[in-house]
Design a protein around this ligand. Sequence first.
Ligand code: BGC
Length: 842
Amino acid sequence: MLKISEITVDYRLEPIGIDNEKPCFSWKLESDRQDTIQAKYSITVKYDNDVLWNSGIVESNQSIYIEYGGSALSPRTKYDVSVSVWDDLLINASISTSFETGLMGSWNAQWITHTLSDSEACPVFQKSFKIYKQIESARIYSTALGIYDLHLNKSRISDEYFSPGWTSYNKRIQYQTYDVTEHLKESNDLNVTVANGWYKGNFGFENRTNLYGDKAAVLLELHIKYSDDSMSIITTDESWLYSTDEIRYSEIYHGEIIDKTFTANDSFPVKIYDFKKSNIISQECEPVRIIRKLDAVELLKTPEGDMVIDFGQNLTGFVEFIGCFEKGKEIVLQHAEVLDKNGNFYIENLRSAKATDKFICSGENDIYRPRFTFHGFRYIKVTGMGNIIDIKKFKACVLHTDMRETGTFECSHKLINQLQHNIQWGQRGNFLDVPTDCPQRDERLGWTGDAQVFASTAAYNFNTSLFFEKWLKDLAADQGDAGEVPFVIPDALIREDGKVPSSAAWGDAAVIIPWTQYRAYGDKRILENQYSSMKSWIDYLSSEAGNEYLWKTGAHFGDWLGLDMEQYFTRQKYSVNASTGSTDKYYIASAFFAYSTELFIKTASELGRTDDVQKYRNLYKNIIRAFRDEYTTPNGRLVCETQTGMLLALKFNLVEEKFKEGITKRLVANIRKHNMQMVTGFVGASYLCPVLTENGYHDIAGKLLLQTKYPSWLYPVTKGATTIWERWNGIKPDGSFENPEMNSFNHYAYGAIGDWMYKKLLGISEIEPGYKVIRISPMPIDTLDWVKGHYESVYGTIGVSWNMSGKALSLKVSIPVNCKAFIGFPDGREVQVVGSGEYVFE
Ligand code: BGC
């Protein structure tokens, strides 16, 4: 038996609204026979009965990203795709799917805006119309300046939130496509509510407003196809009206005011808004949705007398409640991540973010839920309901980009399982359309360094291909003229002088993330799309380094939050300097210059750009030579033998091979001196365990993982963490908090240990990009009796489960069709090469 279990078009199932002129098809195969590979395939793409493309029978084992090769696709058209596949025994399987194109740039509509001045209420744009014929299908293509949602005849037409998503709006703005066939009636009211959102709200590090523009606006087309084959189009134009509605105030940081008693008396004519349409692109990544709803766990009355509901999980989203409350009654929900050591509601670490939703009740049975804001919280303080609160009426709605979950990891150690839980929840909390640093305080920005260290772990937990494809395009769009990469993407830190400062390990996201994505998904398009961005980053570093080949300019975040600064240890007090750790910032900068150049050379070679390979190889040689001259002694000591300094030298191969052993020994000695603990920040922490394992000290890596004293990965777990914290000591051993100016309890960066847990403890890693060739090589550590988990690759499910009994290991693996795996054992043997199927090894 051979089966095609799934077929996707550009990673999506039966998508609508695709503007890619050459979409790619991928499928997953299943077989009841071991060792199955694909021998041939054929693809046909049709419109009605016209064949636009027939690939013919292609003898190939390629089953992912096969590019459409037919004649030009038309806008707003549904295409049928059928795929046939033969395996190596010529057993055949088939599947069909469809995709529908979007507007492909042909907008008829005009941007419309309102004439309200100084109103905090969200404008609602309205159009009423009638339909007299029978409808076959109807689509809305829409976008907004702000964030919006659509109601047709009072019902919300989609389950998406925060559309059109956050991009570098002045350069790229997404539109969405909605199937509204079922929503249309004879008489119709179409409403578009627009909130400030990222576009013009109170947002960004400096808490400004109108970051991208000062007018909310909408652009929309409704295309209706009737059963008699005729068409009609409704577009935003002067005929629309606007008013305001129940949302009287809405800001991402501060929350929402919803007045259910409000009724608008009048509607006003809209104004045509002169805004470009040339930078509108179709939705690139999965939308944000309410992915799950959590029940309240407990109602608490705090010592200060507040009524607080605990949802048991730190998360990103908002709370909904239902009930019938007296008309005009005000119910206020405030959000917090933690309670203080006395059990009181703690919001100091939110800085200026108010994170407060206020509801004015209707007097009827209603659902109360905000629409255009999100909060990072585990607890809510409820005011306006007295002391008797039915917590069953409250749900925490968890919102994030609707990426597919791809990884599980479970083991015999409870605290490590909680760590894995925290890593995954850190990702859920911070993959909300862009990779944010944190979801609760007045920040929530796309910090490049955080994304860079976490990207490989992220790709195990969820399929992040579309998520990062979109964000990396914004990174390229926001790069400075010389190739500088801003600290955050989209670049919300607009600077008066127009200069774009870049930091090592942060800006390197431009190269490291595309490469990480390529390794995880095997899709060369990410390298092609990002190639010039990657190259201009290297060229920027090159020009900063000049003939010295060392990057010694600019401000850097160093080993951000590293604990090895002298004053940190002596005073245990926060100081801004202490945030960068003690590893020399220019040492880190040149180390990353070398590493990114190395990855860029690999990229150029994957894409067959031989001229660049040659050119940048020469550059790389010069960097390495300069680095060694500047930072190593002739006998292989580093001038910067901090934990992070040594980790970078080893990880990036900056030193001669013969010196690695000595450096590793000194690294281990340093860890022992620190009581078997790390003192690394963002940069070092992600390489710590991988480098130890790869250099023969897997046991030390294991001990670091199992450490529970501060600082360690498990310390927050012992303090009841349900997400990854920004700092190793967000809550100190005595129960007091770190400096509230920077103390988020939902920052995924230190969750980067997840990559090593999947690769080394579970033992799944890729040999060829996309896991076409897999390495299964679990490396047990003391105290773990068993580990099991899986990774859903683009080919299918890779499963591993192992048990340790004494010195005997029993290992079960499953390998997807069309892949092969090298199985390695903890004693160093790499014995078996297996094809698809299930295997047991003792
Ligand atoms: C963010 C970090 C970020 C850092 C840069 C902080 O405010 O939360 O995660 O990388 O600034 O220094």
